[in-house]
Design a protein around this ligand. Structure first.
Ligand SMILES: Nc1ncnc2c1ncn2[C@@H]1O[C@H](COP(=O)(O)OP(=O)(O)O)[C@@H](O)[C@H]1O
Ligand SMILES: [Mg+2]
Length: 179
């Protein structure tokens, strides 16, 4: 059975025991963007579309591409037990193991975030903190948690991969228990 999910920058197809992630090219709220191009619009409006919407759509696509690639690189570099393995990536497409876990509760999210902040001495602010402090990036599996979304778009900060390397033992311990 095929299921689809839509993330911030990627479209996700869940097929059997794998997931396929591809960059999004449209935001759901902006569904009209392409359609608008083919409608009769004044030339000025058309220029506005090129200037704003097109750039925006393209940026979402680039972000999805970068997240796919960095997720794959991060898995390859760390093979951390709390990450969901990525089998293969070409940037345009990621093939990842399907994580059959449960969504985490708000309480679990707060507990995980508080523990990560404490254990890493606030170092999580030096990397893409959103990756580690967001509820949607974890699923509860058995007695612990797995990360399913660890694509990285950090530029000037510590890459997610380096943060995981540095704090691996602390993260592994926090994510090996349920709260
Ligand atoms: N490995 C996975 N196993 C199960 N579900 C997944 C997996 N990866 C993603 N998903 C589902 O797809 C949604 C969007 O994926 P995500 O990786 O968060 O995309 P984005 O980086 O665009 O936010 C997730 O919230 C989750 O519901
Ligand atoms: Mg996500």
């Amino acid at each position: 059975m095929l299921q689809t999910e839509s993330g911030t920058h990627r479209l996700v197809f869940l097929i059997g025991s794998v997931v396929i992630k591809i960059p999004r090219w449209l935001r759901s709220k902006k569904k009209g963007s392409l359609r608008r191009l083919f409608k009769r619009v004044e030339f000025r409006k058309f220029l506005m579309w090129i200037r704003y919407d097109f750039k925006f759509v393209f940026q979402v696509f680039i972000d999805g591409f970068v997240e796919n690639w960095t997720e794959w690189r991060c898995w390859r570099a760390t093979r951390a037990e709390f990450l969901t393995p990525v089998y293969f990536s070409l940037g345009f497409i990621n093939i990842q193991k399907r994580c059959r876990g449960a969504k985490i509760t708000q309480d679990e999210d707060w507990e995980i975030s508080a523990r990560i902040l404490k254990a890493t001495e606030g170092d999580v602010w030096e990397t893409n903190s959103h990756t580690f402090l967001s509820r949607g990036n974890y699923l509860r599996v058995g007695d612990g948690y797995k990360m399913i979304d660890f694509g990285d778009r950090t530029k000037d900060r510590m890459p997610v991969t380096d943060f995981i390397r540095k704090w691996h033992d602390e993260l592994a311990e926090i994510l090996s228990a349920t709260y």
